[in-house]
Design a protein around this ligand. Sequence first.
Ligand code: 13P
Length: 254
Amino acid sequence: MRKKIIAGNWKMNKTFDEGMGLVTEIVAMVKDEYNGSAHVVIIPPFVHINAVSRMVSEHNNVFGGAQNCSNHDSGAYTGEVSAAMIKSCGASYVIIGHSERRQYFGEHNDWLAKKTDAVLKNGLTAIYCCGETLEEREANKHFEVLKAQVSEGLFHLTAEQFANVVIAYEPVWAIGTGKTASTDQAQEVHAFIRNLVKEKYDETTADTLTIQYGGSVKADNAAELFSAPDIDGALVGGAALQSRSFVDIVKAMK
Ligand code: 13P
């Protein structure tokens, strides 16, 4: 059975008090209003992970996550945070290769492959992001770009390791722009990614892989996106910063 996952990536938003208020509301609303089986993942800035993960720990389907991690285990890497530290704070998921990290911090596929290894080695689930820019889509290069991102970052893994990987398709042109990929556009890419995984591994690995869509997901477009056969959830940015809009997206996943 393929796991459905709705994750809220707070990016660099929310002070500690604001964050705690938001998590308190989300946990209460999910408990009262959602009886589905999707996993809900709250992904705050590093400094809130410990508190958030503890606050969600009583709720079976709600988890904490991190937005990034180091590819190193420990040592003289000022400003970095290791996967083991994230694990020790109670988180379960780590985003790897978000387009903002690729774009602003020069993260490349080979480096992301090492980060993914660090995440998996520590018993966490990687949410590996891929997505093309507008120029790449307009030049009809998106499949080529996505294939390179997915294969170079993930295809060194064994099928067993792949069971702890989630892929998030986030077209760069849809992030924070209010311009969502159409359900057909997203479904086409998700099916393409699933087929890449099937060709590399096997049918079971491909069938059980959770592929999230991200990019201007809102309460009013979530249900339609989730109705597509290969869209298994969402990685939400802006709409995850308010409890009502985030929980409404969760509720769109039946
Ligand atoms: P928006 O939902 O704000 O477009 O952000 C998507 C995203 O980047 C989630 O990781």
